[in-house]
Design a protein around this ligand. Sequence first.
Ligand code: DAH
Length: 320
Amino acid sequence: MPSISELKQELKKLNAEYAKIKDVPAAERADFGKQLNIKKQNLMQQIADAEAAAEVANVEALDITAPCDINGAQPEFLTADFGSKHPLMTELDRVIGIYQSMGFDIMESRQLDDEFHMFDSLNFAKGHPARDGYDTFRTEEGFIPPAHTSTMQHRVLKANKYKLDAGKSIAVAVPGRVYRNEDVDATHEHTFYQCEGVYVSKDCTLGNMLAILREFFEKYYGQKLNIKTQPGYFPFTEPSLEFLIEKPKSLGGKGDGWLEMLGCGMIHPNVLKMAGIDPTEYQGFAWGGGIDRLVMLRYGLGDVRNFEAAKLDFLKEFTC
Ligand code: DAH
Protein backbone atom coordinates (compact mmCIF):
# COMPACT_ATOMS: atom_id res chain seq x y z
CA MET A 1 0.00 0.00 0.00
CA PRO A 2 1.42 3.43 -0.92
CA SER A 3 2.36 5.68 2.00
CA ILE A 4 0.62 8.99 2.66
CA SER A 5 3.59 10.97 1.26
CA GLU A 6 3.64 8.83 -1.90
CA LEU A 7 -0.07 9.47 -2.39
CA LYS A 8 0.48 13.20 -1.90
CA GLN A 9 3.30 13.16 -4.47
CA GLU A 10 0.96 11.50 -6.92
CA LEU A 11 -1.67 14.14 -6.24
CA LYS A 12 0.89 16.86 -6.98
CA LYS A 13 1.71 15.25 -10.34
CA LEU A 14 -1.96 14.91 -11.14
CA ASN A 15 -2.61 18.57 -10.39
CA ALA A 16 0.13 19.45 -12.88
CA GLU A 17 -1.76 17.48 -15.53
CA TYR A 18 -4.55 20.05 -15.39
CA ALA A 19 -2.24 22.57 -17.12
CA LYS A 20 -2.25 20.30 -20.19
CA ILE A 21 -6.01 20.57 -20.73
CA LYS A 22 -5.62 23.57 -22.98
CA ASP A 23 -3.33 21.57 -25.37
CA VAL A 24 -5.78 18.68 -25.79
CA PRO A 25 -7.79 18.75 -29.06
CA ALA A 26 -11.21 20.31 -28.46
CA ALA A 27 -13.13 17.10 -29.19
CA GLU A 28 -11.27 15.16 -26.48
CA ARG A 29 -10.94 17.95 -23.94
CA ALA A 30 -14.14 17.25 -21.97
CA ASP A 31 -13.31 13.57 -21.60
CA PHE A 32 -9.71 14.32 -20.61
CA GLY A 33 -10.88 16.70 -17.89
CA LYS A 34 -13.45 14.25 -16.60
CA GLN A 35 -10.86 11.45 -16.28
CA LEU A 36 -8.55 13.79 -14.35
CA ASN A 37 -11.35 14.70 -11.94
CA ILE A 38 -12.18 11.06 -11.29
CA LYS A 39 -8.52 10.23 -10.61
CA LYS A 40 -8.17 13.23 -8.32
CA GLN A 41 -11.24 12.33 -6.28
CA ASN A 42 -9.98 8.79 -5.96
CA LEU A 43 -6.57 9.90 -4.75
CA MET A 44 -8.03 12.34 -2.21
CA GLN A 45 -10.23 9.61 -0.78
CA GLN A 46 -7.21 7.29 -0.47
CA ILE A 47 -5.30 10.03 1.35
CA ALA A 48 -8.22 10.68 3.74
CA ASP A 49 -8.55 6.94 4.49
CA ALA A 50 -4.80 6.54 5.05
CA GLU A 51 -4.76 9.55 7.39
CA ALA A 52 -7.72 8.25 9.41
CA ALA A 53 -6.09 4.81 9.72
CA ALA A 54 -2.84 6.42 10.88
CA GLU A 55 -4.69 8.36 13.56
CA VAL A 56 -6.29 5.19 14.97
CA ALA A 57 -2.94 3.39 14.89
CA ASN A 58 -1.36 6.23 16.88
CA VAL A 59 -3.69 5.71 19.87
CA GLU A 60 -1.93 3.89 22.63
CA ALA A 61 -3.54 0.55 23.54
CA LEU A 62 -5.51 0.70 26.79
CA ASP A 63 -4.13 -1.44 29.61
CA ILE A 64 -7.31 -2.75 31.14
CA THR A 65 -5.38 -4.49 33.92
CA ALA A 66 -3.77 -1.25 35.14
CA PRO A 67 -5.02 0.04 38.52
CA CYS A 68 -7.50 2.87 38.14
CA ASP A 69 -6.48 6.25 39.50
CA ILE A 70 -9.74 7.78 40.63
CA ASN A 71 -8.08 11.15 41.08
CA GLY A 72 -6.58 11.07 37.60
CA ALA A 73 -7.91 12.76 34.50
CA GLN A 74 -11.68 12.78 34.47
CA PRO A 75 -13.53 11.44 31.43
CA GLU A 76 -15.10 14.01 29.18
CA PHE A 77 -18.87 13.71 29.16
CA LEU A 78 -21.05 14.41 26.18
CA THR A 79 -22.83 17.71 26.54
CA ALA A 80 -26.32 17.61 27.99
CA ASP A 81 -27.68 18.67 24.58
CA PHE A 82 -27.45 15.01 23.57
CA GLY A 83 -29.55 13.85 26.52
CA SER A 84 -33.26 13.65 27.05
CA LYS A 85 -35.53 12.61 29.87
CA HIS A 86 -35.94 8.85 30.33
CA PRO A 87 -39.48 7.82 29.29
CA LEU A 88 -40.15 6.35 32.75
CA MET A 89 -39.33 9.69 34.38
CA THR A 90 -41.62 11.53 31.97
CA GLU A 91 -44.43 9.14 32.82
CA LEU A 92 -43.67 9.25 36.54
CA ASP A 93 -44.08 13.04 36.35
CA ARG A 94 -47.41 12.53 34.60
CA VAL A 95 -48.52 10.11 37.35
CA ILE A 96 -47.41 12.51 40.10
CA GLY A 97 -49.22 15.38 38.34
CA ILE A 98 -52.49 13.45 38.30
CA TYR A 99 -52.27 12.59 42.00
CA GLN A 100 -51.40 16.20 42.84
CA SER A 101 -54.40 17.42 40.83
CA MET A 102 -56.51 15.10 43.01
CA GLY A 103 -55.17 16.66 46.22
CA PHE A 104 -52.46 14.14 47.13
CA ASP A 105 -49.14 15.21 48.64
CA ILE A 106 -46.07 13.51 47.19
CA MET A 107 -43.38 11.83 49.27
CA GLU A 108 -40.53 10.07 47.47
CA SER A 109 -39.59 6.58 48.58
CA ARG A 110 -35.99 5.60 49.38
CA GLN A 111 -33.57 3.20 47.76
CA LEU A 112 -32.35 1.45 50.90
CA ASP A 113 -34.60 0.40 53.73
CA ASP A 114 -34.76 -2.04 56.62
CA GLU A 115 -36.55 -5.16 57.84
CA PHE A 116 -38.89 -3.13 60.03
CA HIS A 117 -40.30 -0.95 57.23
CA MET A 118 -40.25 -3.74 54.63
CA PHE A 119 -42.08 -6.28 56.80
CA ASP A 120 -42.72 -5.69 60.53
CA SER A 121 -44.46 -2.32 60.20
CA LEU A 122 -46.66 -3.85 57.49
CA ASN A 123 -48.02 -6.59 59.74
CA PHE A 124 -45.99 -9.44 58.24
CA ALA A 125 -45.70 -11.94 61.11
CA LYS A 126 -42.13 -13.04 61.89
CA GLY A 127 -41.25 -16.04 59.72
CA HIS A 128 -44.48 -15.74 57.69
CA PRO A 129 -44.10 -17.25 54.18
CA ALA A 130 -45.51 -14.00 52.69
CA ARG A 131 -42.10 -12.45 53.43
CA ASP A 132 -40.51 -14.82 50.91
CA GLY A 133 -42.96 -13.73 48.22
CA TYR A 134 -41.14 -10.43 47.83
CA ASP A 135 -37.80 -11.89 46.64
CA THR A 136 -35.88 -9.22 48.49
CA PHE A 137 -32.23 -8.40 47.94
CA ARG A 138 -30.22 -7.77 51.09
CA THR A 139 -26.94 -5.97 51.68
CA GLU A 140 -24.26 -7.66 53.77
CA GLU A 141 -25.29 -5.37 56.63
CA GLY A 142 -28.90 -6.59 56.38
CA PHE A 143 -30.42 -3.53 54.70
CA ILE A 144 -33.06 -4.06 52.02
CA PRO A 145 -33.37 -2.25 48.70
CA PRO A 146 -37.17 -1.91 48.94
CA ALA A 147 -39.19 -4.52 47.06
CA HIS A 148 -42.27 -2.28 47.05
CA THR A 149 -43.21 1.32 47.85
CA SER A 150 -45.33 0.04 50.75
CA THR A 151 -42.12 0.27 52.84
CA MET A 152 -43.04 3.97 53.10
CA GLN A 153 -46.50 3.45 54.60
CA HIS A 154 -45.37 3.55 58.22
CA ARG A 155 -43.40 6.77 57.64
CA VAL A 156 -46.27 8.39 55.73
CA LEU A 157 -48.72 7.58 58.51
CA LYS A 158 -46.45 8.75 61.33
CA ALA A 159 -45.33 11.94 59.57
CA ASN A 160 -48.91 12.97 58.74
CA LYS A 161 -50.72 11.91 61.89
CA TYR A 162 -50.83 15.58 62.96
CA LYS A 163 -53.27 16.22 60.11
CA LEU A 164 -55.74 13.75 61.61
CA ASP A 165 -55.33 15.47 64.98
CA ALA A 166 -56.21 18.73 63.19
CA GLY A 167 -59.40 17.20 61.77
CA LYS A 168 -58.00 16.71 58.25
CA SER A 169 -57.33 13.56 56.25
CA ILE A 170 -54.03 12.02 55.08
CA ALA A 171 -53.66 11.78 51.30
CA VAL A 172 -50.15 10.94 50.08
CA ALA A 173 -48.76 9.32 46.90
CA VAL A 174 -45.31 7.75 47.04
CA PRO A 175 -43.43 7.12 43.79
CA GLY A 176 -40.22 5.11 43.99
CA ARG A 177 -37.75 2.68 42.52
CA VAL A 178 -38.04 -0.90 43.76
CA TYR A 179 -35.96 -4.07 43.48
CA ARG A 180 -36.72 -7.78 43.40
CA ASN A 181 -34.39 -10.70 43.09
CA GLU A 182 -36.30 -12.54 40.40
CA ASP A 183 -35.62 -14.02 36.98
CA VAL A 184 -35.74 -11.34 34.34
CA ASP A 185 -37.88 -11.80 31.22
CA ALA A 186 -40.05 -9.65 28.94
CA THR A 187 -42.51 -8.94 31.76
CA HIS A 188 -40.24 -9.08 34.84
CA GLU A 189 -37.36 -6.77 35.76
CA HIS A 190 -35.24 -6.81 38.91
CA THR A 191 -35.47 -3.01 39.01
CA PHE A 192 -38.70 -1.16 38.34
CA TYR A 193 -40.91 1.67 39.58
CA GLN A 194 -44.05 1.69 41.71
CA CYS A 195 -46.39 4.31 43.07
CA GLU A 196 -48.15 3.90 46.39
CA GLY A 197 -51.26 5.73 47.55
CA VAL A 198 -52.23 6.16 51.20
CA TYR A 199 -55.46 7.74 52.41
CA VAL A 200 -56.72 7.96 56.03
CA SER A 201 -59.71 9.78 57.50
CA LYS A 202 -62.51 9.21 60.00
CA ASP A 203 -64.98 7.79 57.56
CA CYS A 204 -63.45 6.73 54.22
CA THR A 205 -64.63 3.55 52.51
CA LEU A 206 -63.54 1.05 49.86
CA GLY A 207 -66.01 2.81 47.54
CA ASN A 208 -64.02 6.05 47.90
CA MET A 209 -60.84 4.16 47.01
CA LEU A 210 -62.35 2.64 43.87
CA ALA A 211 -63.58 6.08 42.77
CA ILE A 212 -60.06 7.52 43.21
CA LEU A 213 -58.45 4.64 41.33
CA ARG A 214 -60.97 4.87 38.48
CA GLU A 215 -60.33 8.59 38.20
CA PHE A 216 -56.57 8.09 38.21
CA PHE A 217 -56.56 5.47 35.45
CA GLU A 218 -59.08 7.33 33.30
CA LYS A 219 -56.98 10.49 33.55
CA TYR A 220 -53.77 8.61 32.75
CA TYR A 221 -55.17 6.86 29.69
CA GLY A 222 -57.40 9.79 28.72
CA GLN A 223 -60.57 7.73 28.31
CA LYS A 224 -63.41 5.99 30.15
CA LEU A 225 -62.45 2.52 31.42
CA ASN A 226 -64.14 -0.60 32.69
CA ILE A 227 -62.77 -1.60 36.08
CA LYS A 228 -63.17 -4.56 38.41
CA THR A 229 -61.62 -6.00 41.55
CA GLN A 230 -60.86 -9.53 42.67
CA PRO A 231 -59.84 -10.84 46.08
CA GLY A 232 -56.14 -10.64 46.92
CA TYR A 233 -53.94 -11.19 49.95
CA PHE A 234 -51.60 -8.68 51.57
CA PRO A 235 -50.82 -8.79 55.31
CA PHE A 236 -51.15 -5.00 55.48
CA THR A 237 -54.71 -4.71 54.17
CA GLU A 238 -58.02 -6.21 55.24
CA PRO A 239 -59.84 -6.80 52.97
CA SER A 240 -57.21 -7.03 50.24
CA LEU A 241 -58.06 -6.61 46.57
CA GLU A 242 -56.48 -6.68 43.14
CA PHE A 243 -57.61 -3.86 40.89
CA LEU A 244 -58.05 -4.57 37.17
CA ILE A 245 -58.91 -2.52 34.09
CA GLU A 246 -60.27 -3.86 30.85
CA LYS A 247 -57.70 -3.34 28.11
CA PRO A 248 -59.16 -0.48 26.03
CA LYS A 249 -59.78 -1.11 22.31
CA SER A 250 -57.70 1.96 21.46
CA LEU A 251 -54.74 0.26 23.14
CA GLY A 252 -55.11 -3.06 21.36
CA GLY A 253 -57.79 -4.63 23.59
CA LYS A 254 -60.35 -6.98 22.08
CA GLY A 255 -63.04 -6.37 24.66
CA ASP A 256 -62.25 -9.39 26.84
CA GLY A 257 -58.80 -8.78 28.34
CA TRP A 258 -58.49 -7.74 31.98
CA LEU A 259 -55.19 -6.40 33.23
CA GLU A 260 -54.19 -6.42 36.88
CA MET A 261 -52.86 -2.93 37.58
CA LEU A 262 -52.29 -2.88 41.34
CA GLY A 263 -52.90 -4.31 44.79
CA CYS A 264 -55.05 -2.40 47.27
CA GLY A 265 -57.33 -2.62 50.27
CA MET A 266 -58.36 -1.13 53.60
CA ILE A 267 -55.28 -0.52 55.77
CA HIS A 268 -55.00 -3.24 58.41
CA PRO A 269 -55.78 -1.94 61.95
CA ASN A 270 -52.37 -3.20 63.16
CA VAL A 271 -50.59 -1.01 60.57
CA LEU A 272 -52.48 2.06 61.80
CA LYS A 273 -51.85 1.13 65.44
CA MET A 274 -48.08 0.72 64.89
CA ALA A 275 -48.00 4.27 63.50
CA GLY A 276 -49.83 5.61 66.56
CA ILE A 277 -53.21 6.02 64.82
CA ASP A 278 -56.28 4.68 66.67
CA PRO A 279 -58.04 2.21 64.31
CA THR A 280 -61.30 2.55 66.24
CA GLU A 281 -61.37 6.24 65.35
CA TYR A 282 -59.76 6.31 61.89
CA GLN A 283 -59.69 4.11 58.85
CA GLY A 284 -57.73 4.21 55.65
CA PHE A 285 -57.08 2.58 52.33
CA ALA A 286 -53.88 2.11 50.34
CA TRP A 287 -52.75 0.82 46.98
CA GLY A 288 -49.54 0.20 45.12
CA GLY A 289 -48.74 -0.76 41.55
CA GLY A 290 -46.05 -0.79 38.88
CA ILE A 291 -45.32 2.25 36.74
CA ASP A 292 -43.51 0.29 34.03
CA ARG A 293 -46.60 -1.79 33.33
CA LEU A 294 -48.76 1.33 33.16
CA VAL A 295 -46.43 2.89 30.60
CA MET A 296 -46.10 -0.29 28.54
CA LEU A 297 -49.84 -0.39 28.04
CA ARG A 298 -50.00 3.30 27.13
CA TYR A 299 -47.35 2.93 24.39
CA GLY A 300 -47.98 -0.69 23.36
CA LEU A 301 -44.52 -1.83 24.51
CA GLY A 302 -43.78 -5.55 24.76
CA ASP A 303 -40.54 -5.83 26.73
CA VAL A 304 -40.04 -4.26 30.15
CA ARG A 305 -36.26 -4.88 29.95
CA ASN A 306 -35.90 -2.01 27.46
CA PHE A 307 -36.41 0.52 30.25
CA GLU A 308 -33.24 -0.45 32.09
CA ALA A 309 -31.18 -1.58 29.09
CA ALA A 310 -29.86 1.88 28.05
CA LYS A 311 -30.68 1.04 24.43
CA LEU A 312 -30.43 4.31 22.52
CA ASP A 313 -32.69 3.14 19.69
CA PHE A 314 -35.47 2.46 22.18
CA LEU A 315 -34.95 5.66 24.18
CA LYS A 316 -34.81 7.85 21.07
CA GLU A 317 -38.36 6.83 20.20
CA PHE A 318 -39.49 8.87 23.20
CA THR A 319 -37.48 12.03 22.56
CA CYS A 320 -39.16 15.01 21.02
N1 DAH B 1 -47.04 -3.55 47.85
C1 DAH B 1 -47.84 -4.50 47.14
C2 DAH B 1 -46.98 -5.19 46.08
O1 DAH B 1 -46.03 -4.63 45.61
C3 DAH B 1 -49.01 -3.82 46.48
C4 DAH B 1 -49.98 -3.26 47.47
C5 DAH B 1 -51.05 -4.01 47.89
C6 DAH B 1 -49.81 -2.00 47.99
C7 DAH B 1 -51.98 -3.53 48.80
C8 DAH B 1 -50.72 -1.49 48.92
C9 DAH B 1 -51.82 -2.28 49.30
O2 DAH B 1 -50.61 -0.27 49.45
O3 DAH B 1 -52.69 -1.75 50.20
O4 DAH B 1 -47.28 -6.30 45.73
